[in-house]
Design a protein around this ligand. Structure first.
Ligand code: HSE
Length: 313
């Protein structure tokens, strides 16, 4: 038996919502898991890249054995019901660029878990799958929208439980995703963050997070323009993303551009706009990055409302 699952890319944080907000985007990975019939064949992991637009050196370095994150997630699911994974063939068809802040690891973790759960007769519910996915990924802000689609707030509470809700996102807002041709690992992007932040910065983020949720919920573009600001992760990551500061500066005073943020841990950038010429956004970002010899893929998308989906094989 084999099961395939299509999972969307995700963009986490959205400025002030560090480690707790994320949205799904219409770029997909498809994960297929097959229980092989021949005992003793072990696991086999195959990766196929669908899009060669960006050179991805790290693609070759992804483990093809028990250290692969998909296998780790699947193993945790089996263990949670007192079983060990048998011989498994895992195929990953990847459209989501890796190490760009677009949730490629969350997508494969979620896809692997949902496929394995189906193979096992669906013993785990959505919350249990989200819990395992968060444990493997480290934070819930990519895995939650990868499972649910749309815009999601998710928090891992001190007792380990995950609290999450899908929140309506205004369909008419455009999301321009700017993906530069260099990689930034989440580990490096997290290593530059301080263990503690000043109280004034924590309060700044709490205020803007409240504004952000209200702006999205009530489609308040004016409030959204104030809300998309952060002081606890983006300023520290600026040095890792050439051009980030200039790109943010370029749109600060443009009516119609609701905000510009780092996508997840970066280096991709997300620009949210409403009734604004998106070609102007593209040419501005392109010229700033070209000035630093950085090539980029830039596309304007709508939010993906559907989360991970089991495909008919
Ligand atoms: N919230 C995470 C971070 C997302 O900013 O480090 C990375 O996947």
């Amino acid at each position: 038996m084999k099961v395939s699952v299509k999972v969307p890319a995700t963009s986490a944080n959205l400025g002030p919502g560090f480690d707790s907000l994320g949205l799904a985007l219409p770029i997909y990975n498809t994960i297929t898991i097959e229980e092989t019939v021949l005992p003793g064949t072990g696991i086999e992991i195959n990766l196929m890249k669908e899009d060669d637009a960006l050179d991805e050196m790290s693609f070759e370095n992804i483990p093809r054995d028990e250290n692969n994150i998909v296998y780790k997630a699947v193993e945790m699911l089996y263990n949670s019901i007192g079983q060990e994974p048998s011989e498994l063939k895992i195929n990953i068809q990847s459209q989501i660029p890796i190490t760009r802040g677009l949730g490629s690891s969350a997508a494969v973790i979620v896809g692997g878990l949902i496929a394995a759960n189906k193979l096992l007769g669906s013993p785990a519910d959505e919350t249990a799958l989200l819990s395992i996915a968060t444990e493997v990924e480290g934070h819930p802000d990519n895995v939650a929208p990868a499972i649910l689609g749309g815009f999601v707030m998710a928090s891992q509470e001190d007792d380990g439980s995950i609290v999450y809700r899908k929140i309506n996102w205004p369909e008419e807002w455009d999301i321009t995703v700017c993906i530069p041709d260099f990689e930034l690992s989440t580990n490096i992007a997290r290593s530059v963050l301080p263990a503690q932040v000043p109280m004034t910065d924590a309060v700044f983020n709490a205020k803007h997070m409240a504004m952000l949720i209200h702006a999205i919920d009530t489609k308040d573009e004016k409030l959204m323009r104030v809300a998309l600001q952060d002081k606890i992760h983006q300023p520290y990551r600026e040095k890792l993303v050439p051009g980030m500061k200039e790109i943010m500066e370029a749109f600060k005073h443009e009516d119609g551009v609701l905000g510009c943020v780092l996508s997840g841990a970066g280096p991709s950038m997300l620009i949210i706009s409403y009734k604004y010429d998106v070609d102007k956004i593209k040419s501005t970002v392109k010229s700033i990055w070209e000035g630093q010899s950085i090539k980029a893929e830039i596309k304007t998308l709508k939010i993906e409302q559907n989360g991970a989906e089991i495909l008919d094989n």
